[in-house]
Design a protein around this ligand. Sequence first.
Ligand SMILES: [Zn+2]
Length: 180
Amino acid sequence: MTKDKIFSVGESVFVARYGNHEKKVQCPVCFGKKKVTLILGDDTHVELDCDYCQRGYEGSLGWVKESVERGEVNEYIITSREEKHTAEGVDYTYYAEHYSFPPSNVFATREEAQVRADELATKHKHNECIRAAANKNNQNKSYSLDAGYFLKKAKESRAEAERYEAKAVICKQKARKAKP
Ligand SMILES: [Zn+2]
């Protein structure tokens, strides 16, 4: 292990990061159908556009982007090193170009850095999954709200239509009566 090794300015090192590789995967909510069906308490099926894979004006796409569990390793030459003396010892921060790295991500070999990078990528993906699950729950809430809103509006419109129809009938009857 070179993890605890202290690197010097001018040394070439391998730095691990979680990477930001993404791939397109089928939408986990609508499974590519772009529509979801909400079943109400009375077994009425309501079909709504999938919000989970919706991208603004493009509408529901049927797929989403997901990060890939493969970390990234880059080689840098250390340009400066910062030392912070604490009660526990010395905290180092390495700098290369305009980046800064904690010692836990800096290694002497590419192989060691790749292990750490994959670990970071797995952690990143895990956090992403937690966020996605939370989003999915929120989405489910918004679907029932959407369905509730649409059904309420439909009911109101129907009631309104009936009121107008009733008025129209009355008017017709009045008009008929008014005729000699
Ligand atoms: Zn979807």
